[in-house]
Design a protein around this ligand. Structure first.
Ligand SMILES: *[C@@H]1O[C@H](CO)[C@@H](O)[C@H](O)[C@H]1NC(C)=O
Ligand SMILES: *[C@@H]1O[C@H](CO)[C@@H](O)[C@H](O)[C@H]1NC(C)=O
Length: 318
């Protein structure tokens, strides 16, 4: 799929998912650029994290919205969380790099610590998070916050942003003659987006099935199984169990099925042929792959490799 087409459908996805109110923002071209980069990050990360699963995030490529079946599942929880995180991330990046008029570095972290000096230019995650809240959450807020689905989405959006907020780090740079560290300047930085993806994927694996409960006049989501400990702000929650994603269903957007998917013959996990192919069996094909091999280090300083061809077995689901 061409990247231009992908970008277009990304933007459609974001508009569809998030913004009854996007027109408020459309005028702000700079920030919409950052949002577009956020969308790209979210898609790439989703496809990376789900590359070995039956549902491989392909929905996002082809249709801008989920089919009905998957709107309240843990897959949806992941998509909302990663999307809310990606908008916060990309806008924060844009602030730090000076692209946006309305924000810059976070200069609140400053001064001198025993071992280093704050640079005065930390990532302005507070701005990115606030932007994500106003941009991403607005649709749920508009619908009235009390529907189960709105509660679920808002919770997962927040959990996604927490995956950045709770994993901020300190990065430093040394200054001085020939790499000595006479002066060290440091700043607060966001984790790499891959780390954010890993955190949210872990939360996906341990997501909590919830139902609505009324406490006084407030509606809240509580674990369906009362034996489970309540979820935290950082955990993902979902209302409906997922379908098995085994079969193509033309009536459900994104329900592509697993026919033709690669699988791993020796794995017992979800990427293994047994589970991936839902017991339908698989085809095996010998294909030639070209690899780098017999690499030698040459003085100084490069590595030279040969190209080796070898035959490997590839398995695809029937
Ligand atoms: C995801 O799976 C579908 C089939 O279910 C396949 O057509 C598509 O290429 C896969 N996408 C990625 C990114 O692996
Ligand atoms: C297949 O699965 C096995 C066992 O989990 C693993 O060791 C191997 O690296 C996998 N092969 C590929 C090509 O991913």
């Amino acid at each position: 799929m061409s990247s231009e087409h992908l970008l277009k459908s990304l933007l459609m996805l974001f508009l569809a998912l998030f913004s009854a109110n996007a027109s408020n923002w459309k005028r702000n071209v700079e920030v919409m650029d950052a949002v577009r980069r956020g969308a790209q990050l979210a898609i790439d990360e989703c496809q990376y994290q789900f590359r070995n699963r039956r549902w491989n995030c392909s929905t996002l490529e082809t249709v801008p919205v989920f089919g009905k079946v998957v709107t309240q599942t843990r897959e949806a929880a992941f998509v909302y969380a990663i999307s809310a995180a990606s908008v916060a991330f990309a806008v924060t990046r844009a602030c730090s790099s000076g692209e946006l008029e309305k924000c810059g570095c976070d200069r609140n972290v400053h001064g001198v610590s025993p071992d280093f000096q704050w640079s005065g230019c930390s990532d302005n995650i507070a701005y990115g998070v606030a932007f994500s809240q106003s941009f991403v959450d607005i649709r749920e807020r508009g619908k009235g916050q009390s529907s189960n689905r709105a509660l679920m989405n808002l919770h997962n959006n927040e959990a996604g942003r927490k995956a950045i907020l709770n994993h901020m780090r300190v990065e430093c740079k040394c200054h001085g003659v020939s790499g000595s560290c006479e002066v060290k300047t440091c700043w607060k930085a966001m984790p790499p987006f891959r780390k954010v993806g890993n955190v949210i994927k872990e939360k996906f694996d341990g997501a909590t099935e919830v139902e609505q409960r009324k406490i006084g006049t407030t509606k809240v989501l509580v674990p369906r199984n009362s034996q489970f400990k309540p979820h935290t702000d950082e955990d993902l929650v979902y209302l409906d169990p997922s379908p098995d994603f085994c079969d193509h269903d033309p009536r459900t957007p994104g329900m592509l099925g697993t026919v033709g998917r690669y699988c791993n013959k020796t794995s017992k996990a979800i990427d293994g042929c047994e589970l991936m192919c839902c017991g339908r069996g698989f085809h095996t094909e010998e294909v030639e792959v070209v690899d780098r091999c017999s690499c030698k280090f040459h003085w100084c300083c490069y590595v030279k490799c040969k190209q080796c061809r070898k035959m490997v077995e590839m398995h695809t689901c029937r």
